[in-house]
Ligand binder design. Structure first.
Ligand code: B16
Ligand code: MG
Length: 216
């Protein structure tokens, strides 16, 4: 059996949370809501629509449907300006090396991200060619913790979910991987990602032996 590997994007391959934060912060200002880094943490892995709903709820405010759509569009425009400046230097430590290792062993590799901007980001950091399959915010109807994104990725790779490993930095993403029947590797803090099968601080803890020893 050849294992398949599925990578989340934000918080696993690159840290785009800082750009989401800046863009959400200007949006929050526009609607007169305060928004801090702790709240931004809670938006990790959460879709754009759900993120805006949460920000408005935190500020106890509502907007018309039209305004909602236009706020989402302007947030994304600002976010895209930040992304346009990204390059390979933003790839998180040891990620490229692990992707190369998996490729050299012939493992199929997928992206499983909530972001609708995933492809642009992978292009900017020059990693798009490493992925056999891309499943992102444009190709799913239900958000993490629903396993749809990872099940579609496994299907695209032609690998049974049981034989897939998912790298995820968000609680919702770890839950999605577990529900999908995959091995979940949490990237971040063990306190936050306690539901993962194994947690690493970052990819510098990964090597060939670590990957071979992964079990549910
Ligand atoms: P977009 P991931 C997620 O990416 C981010 O963690 C989350 O903060 C963001 O709201 C979501 O993508 C949607 O992003 O606005 O670009 O469609 O962690 O699933 O790779
Ligand atoms: Mg993430």
């Amino acid at each position: 059996m050849m294992r398949g590997y599925i990578f989340d994007l934000d918080g696993v391959i690159v840290d785009t949370a800082k750009y989401h934060f800046k863009a959400w912060q200007s949006l929050a200002k526009k609607v007169g809501v305060s928004f801090d880094e702790a709240q931004n943490e809670q938006l990790k892995g959460v879709s754009r629509v759900k993120s805006l709903e949460k920000i408005l709820a935190w500020g106890n405010t509502t907007v018309s449907d039209d305004e909602f759509v236009s706020l989402m569009a302007s947030k994304n425009e600002e976010y895209l300006e930040f992304i346009a400046e990204m390059d390979e230097s933003e790839i998180l430590p040891n990620v490229t090396e692990i992707l190369q290792l998996l490729k050299s062993k012939g493992h199929p590799i997928a992206l499983g991200s909530a972001s609708k901007n995933a492809k642009i980001i992978l292009e900017r950091v020059n990693l798009l060619h490493m992925f056999d399959v891309l499943v992102d915010g444009n190709s799913v109807t239900t958000a993490k913790p629903d396993p749809e994104v990872f099940l579609k990725a496994a299907q695209g790779l032609g690998v049974k979910p049981d034989d897939c490993v998912v790298f995820e930095d968000s609680v919702a993403g770890v839950q999605a991987a577990n529900t999908g029947g995959m091995i979940s590797v949490g990237v971040g803090s063990p306190d936050v990602l306690s539901e993962a099968d194994v947690v690493v601080k970052d990819f510098t803890e990964l090597n060939e032996q670590f990957l071979e020893n992964l079990r549910k």
